[in-house]
Write a protein that binds this ligand. Structure first.
Ligand code: MD3
Ligand code: FE
Length: 211
């Protein structure tokens, strides 16, 4: 039984069994039809990220050269609202987040090749500072790195595998983290070395006791 560390970082290895993982891949395929993966680019430099992204939910996280990091209600290419977060994904939030409000953003990162990675960063674009982030890994295993609240803090590395769920609550919510590499031939869920990561987030500070 995994227990919550004092910093609120909790990993649930193998939380989703194979049929549940397959069902999530189907849900993502449905999302992709309405909201195709697009190529995010860095603020100002316009340098493309090595992962592609899409979203579900009232708000989607995005980045491009001119607008920078932000949440917005519509897809940057189609201009249409993001599709709703599937019930299956909502149910995972309800089961693991211990947070009394719904997530508004469901960001889907697609690591499509062995060179896909994500540099150390802090997720800081959300107003709901007390809400956890829930992450779901599908497909190839990846080397995840998490440090502390300062970029200089020591980091530790954890291998995330298909079906693992991570809950980032408490202090860990504001820790530096990233993905250093993928491990090919570690899962048959997706064509190797592809990996999908779903993150669920509350963006706006809740006003009422529920929703
Ligand atoms: C620790 N995604 O989308 S998931 C991201 O695997 C992101 O695609 C990575 O970092 C991925 O922002 C890591 C695990 C994760 C997600 C959010 C966090 C770890 C986190 C927020 C705060 C601290
Ligand atoms: Fe992040």
């Amino acid at each position: 039984m995994p227990t919550a560390a004092s910093n609120g970082f909790q990993i649930l290895p193998g939380y989703l069994n194979r049929p549940a993982q397959e069902a999530l891949v189907e849900d993502i395929r449905t999302i992709m039809k309405a909201a195709p993966f697009y190529q995010p680019t860095m603020p100002r430099s316009g340098k493309p990220m090595s992962v592609k992204m899409t979203n579900a939910g009232q708000l989607g996280w995005m980045t491009d050269k001119d607008g920078g990091y932000r949440y917005q209600a519509v897809h940057p290419v189609t201009g249409k609202p993001w599709p709703a977060i599937p019930r299956s994904i909502m149910a995972i939030w309800e089961a693991v987040s211990f947070y009394p409000h719904s997530p508004e953003a469901c960001l889907i990162n697609h690591y499509h090749s062995l060179t896909s990675k994500m540099g150390l960063h802090v997720d800081a674009d959300e107003d709901a500072k007390d809400a956890p982030v829930v992450s779901i890994s599908l497909g190839a295993s990846a080397l995840f790195r998490i440090g502390g609240s300062s970029r200089k803090d020591a980091t530790r590395s954890v291998r995330l595998s298909s079906g693992d769920v991570v809950v980032l609550g408490g202090a860990s919510r504001h820790f530096y983290h990233g993905i250093d590499r993928l491990y090919p031939e570690t899962s048959t869920l997706l064509p190797s070395p592809q990996r999908l990561n779903i993150t669920l987030r509350r963006v706006s500070a809740p006003v009422s006791p529920a929703s």
